[in-house]
Write a protein of this length. Sequence first.
Length: 86
Amino acid sequence: MDTKGHKTNQACYGLSCQITYIWCADIEQKTDVQDTQNKIQESYVQLENLVKLSSSAQTKIKKICSLLGQGNASYGLEGKTVFESE
């Protein structure tokens, strides 16, 4: 798993800052890979519901990924592109 850190020593998981992992802003870098994967899986379920409930989630995701330095990435859920940042 590729890890891209930022100045608060937290991490965005995945080269393209996938929507699946957008809660990476809240996941600190761990040496325990299984623990990290569990957090990502929990976030994935939360995100599925978030995207279904609110289109404003896209704006929030753009903002978070921009803060993580991944603002020019595309974001997908289950392989489907939800939107691309500008």
